[in-house]
Each structure stands twice: as C-alpha cells, then as structure tokens.
Design a protein around this ligand. Structure first.
Ligand code: ATP
Length: 428
C-alpha cells in the first residue's frame, strides 16, 4: 500500500521482477541508493552504493530483474512496491529490436536492409509512452547502439522545452536524475503546446525533422543500424489520429508500439494491413504511470522552461541582455486563426497561408513570451530551419525602443531571426 510522509532512512527489499514506485515530494529532498543486488530506473542501471539525489516531484520506479535492496532517505509523496509490471513484455520488444539492429549492421551496403528498426510509441495521454521510449533507448545504448530519440510531443516532450519537435542521438543509458543530455539536439520550434494551433505548420516541422535525420542516417551506418524511437502526443482522436498516421508515414516507421488502447491498436492494424514491413504491437500500460491533469501538465511545462534557463538543479545562471528593437527580427508562422475549409464557400481557399512568415512588430504583447532563435540566415529559410535555443522576454521599453530578455548565456545571439508563437512562461 502507498505510504507517504516518512522521513526516516529506510530499506526496501525488492523481490525479482518487482519495482519500487516513488513520487518525490514537492518541497523536500529525496535520495536513494542501491545496497545489494542490481536495479534500474527506466532502463538505466543504478550504480551500487552511491546516493542519487532526486529533484522535487520526480516520479519514477526502481525495477529489479533479480532482486535488490534499496535505501531511501527523505520524504516522498508516495512510495510503494509493485510486483505486477509489464517489464517482461517491454524487454522482449527490446530483444526483437536488438535482433533487427544486428541484422541491419550485418548488411551495411544495402540501403534497405541496413536500416535498423524505426519504432514509434503511440497511445493516449498517461499511458507511459515517454517512459517506454526511454527504456528502449537506454537498453539499446547499454548494448552499444546509438539510437536516435525523436520526440514529437510538443506538450510534454523530454528533449527540450515545450512547443518543439526534436531529435537527439542517445549514446549512453539516460541518466535517471538528469534526463536526456542537452548537448546537440536537433530542434524545430512550433511555438504552441497543441498542434491544433496550426496543423499544417506542425506537419511541415515533422517533415523537416524527418528529412534532416534521413540525410544524417545516409552518412552514418552506425546511427542507421541503431534506428530510432519516436515518442508521440497523447492526442489520438480525430486530427490527433491523422497526425499519428502522418508521423508513421513521414518517418517510415517499421514498428508501432501501442500502449494501453485496444481501439487505437486495431485501427492502426487495419489501415496498415497492406504494409508487410510494418508491425503493430499492443503493449500493456504500466500500473505505475501517474496521471496528470491539465493543471499539472501546465505546471510541468513551466518547470521545463525554467530548467532550460536555470538548469535541472538550479545550477545555471542565465544572462539578462538588453538590445535595441532594430537588432532583432521577429516572425510568427501563419496568419492568425485558420478558418476551417468547411466554413468557406465551395471552391474558396483559406486566405491565410498557415505556413506564411509574418513579421511581428515589437510591442508589450511580447512580454513573458518564449522565442526561438532560428539558425536561418535568410528570411525564407526560417520555416525550414532548426533553432539554436530560446530567449525569454522580460521587458519591453517602448520609449527607448529596448527589449530585455533572458538567454542561457551572455553575448550576441547566433542569429537575429527569432520565431514567436504562443508559448508563455511566468517566472516564479
Ligand atoms: P504524455 O502523453 O502526457 O506524454 P506519457 O504517456 O508519455 O504521457 P509518461 O510520461 O511516460 O506518460 O508517464 C507519466 C508519468 O508517470 C511520468 O512522470 C513517469 O515518470 C511516471 N511513471 C511511468 N511509469 C512509472 C512507474 N512504473 N512507476 C512510477 N512512475 C512511473
């Protein structure tokens, strides 16, 4: 049963194939170490004897294949032991993927067979998609593969701040505390936390990301054989479902893992039945997945943005910069809200091109918005360019025509071309 609030140092004995599920509390520290046996957190083995410090609110499980003793120090929101987990089915998927990577590696010269598995994880919100993606990546990295992690979840992604689609190679098992290393992710900025803000723009970015990766793979046999793991949004109805199909096509996914929904699984099996090289596999959702309501999700997005500027353990100091309005060129994508085609007279085209680049004049409306710094040198490349990073607008002085913003570091931005959407953040 769940216990909460205990602050003493305590030991937990885990039998084989069991897990300790923990929710760190919001305001007091929690640390944990492995005393005996072996255990992993979402696919990454934890080192014996060393205290791991967990940030507030982190929800995780310590799983053991063969048995372990864990020591915990600090208070938790909840912690309990579970003996029923879907881990065996997940590791079996890993074993199949591993076999396919080996086969791909064995035929490096053939462009078709040298491609390792392209896995896409789909399912409703809170089905454990991000967690399964993470386990598959860490298990693969442990065996020396360098799979590419693609995160299409603009609401609760794990590579960078919300509002982005992104990809990064995973070369080491993902650190249970630090998460995905932020070295060189490939990031495209959408600027909104739901794709419905501009469906066409979202699709354009997914396509750009896929094409960039395709080019990288063609010159890198190791990445190609390692394949990719694609995490998706929990929006699986209507347009959300169409976007899933779009992602499956665009990335040429070969393995579709459906978490916790029969209906979605049978729909996908049905539409993909004529593609012999695509496997649709249903997997059980873990009972440990913690549901998050809209408010919790919104808060989590705020923490993600904060983390970008201040670091996961508050160890970075972002820089406040002041520049002239004329030093920056700010654009948004698309012309205002889109009228649905069905609302227009027959034959009429929607007037506002959803992927049009619109210059934005600097006003107080930009206050508290998070903007992306494009890598594009020319205006017409902005839509198809990835971004270098983000800034946060903290003051607009209309009188002196100065804009104050927070950036991860001091000095000039890598480009003057900035993209704005509706992504806001209130620093607290
Ligand atoms: P979304 O659709 O919102 O992206 P998701 O399907 O990707 O959600 P996850 O992010 O994987 O779901 O899981 C939700 C939360 O549950 C996360 O905080 C994760 O760390 C936690 N969680 C997942 N599995 C377990 C587990 N076995 N024990 C404890 N916590 C878990």
């Amino acid at each position: 049963a769940a216990t909460g609030g205990s602050t003493t140092v305590r030991q937990v004995k885990l039998e084989k194939e069991c897990e300790l599920r923990v929710e760190a509390s919001a305001d007091s520290p929690l640390r944990l170490r492995l005393l005996t046996g072996t255990a992993e957190i979402f696919g990454t083995e934890i080192p014996p004897g060393i205290w791991l410090n967990f940030p507030p609110r982190l929800k995780f499980a310590v799983f053991t294949w063969y048995g372990a003793t864990i020591e915990m120090d600090g208070s938790t929101e909840t912690d309990y032991t579970a003996d029923e987990t879907p881990m065996i089915s997940y590791i079996n998927v890993h074993a199949v993927l591993d076999g396919r990577r080996n086969r791909a590696k064995a035929s490096p010269s053939d462009s078709d067979t040298s491609q390792g598995p392209r896995v896409i994880v789909v399912g409703p919100t809170d089905s454990g998609k991000s967690t399964l993606s993470r386990m598959l990546l860490s298990w693969a990295a442990k065996q020396g593969w360098k799979p590419t992690f693609v995160d299409l979840d603009i609401g609760q992604g794990s590579i960078t701040i919300p509002g982005c689609v992104a990809a990064t190679p995973i070369e080491l098992p993902i650190d249970p505390v630090e998460g995905i290393p932020l070295e060189m992710p490939m990031v495209y900025f959408f600027g909104h936390v739901t794709p419905s803000a501009n469906i066409d723009h979202y699709k354009v970015l997914v396509k750009e990301l896929a094409q960039t990766l395709e080019t990288q793979f063609s010159g890198n046999a190791e990445s190609r054989a390692s394949g990719m793991v694609i995490n998706t949004m929990g929006w699986i109805e209507g347009v959300g479902y169409e976007l899933l199909l779009h992602a499956i096509d665009t990335f040429n996914a070969t393995v579709i893992l459906v978490l916790g929904q029969e209906k979605l699984c049978s729909m996908l099996k049905d539409v993909l039945k004529n593609r012999p090289n695509v496997d649709v596999v249903k997997l059980q959702k873990s009972g440990g997945v913690v549901s998050r309501n809209a408010k919790v999700r919104q808060k989590a997005r705020g923490y993600r943005i904060r983390e970008y500027f201040y670091g996961p353990s508050n160890d970075l100091s972002p820089h406040s910069n002041v520049v002239n309005f004329s030093d920056l060129f700010i654009y948004r994508i698309g012309g205002g809200p889109q009228a649905p085609r069905s609302a227009l007279p027959i034959g009429a085209e929607p007037s506002a091109d959803p992927t049009r680049l619109v210059p934005v004049s600097i006003s107080r409306d930009l206050l508290h918005l998070v903007l992306a710094v494009s890598y594009a040198k020319e205006q017409d490349q902005i839509i198809s360019s990835n971004v270098a990073g983000f800034i946060y607008v903290t003051d607009i002085d209309l009188h002196r025509k100065k804009i104050t913003y927070l950036a991860p570091c001091a000095g000039e931005l890598p480009s003057k071309n900035l993209i704005v959407g509706t992504l806001t953040w209130i620093e607290n």
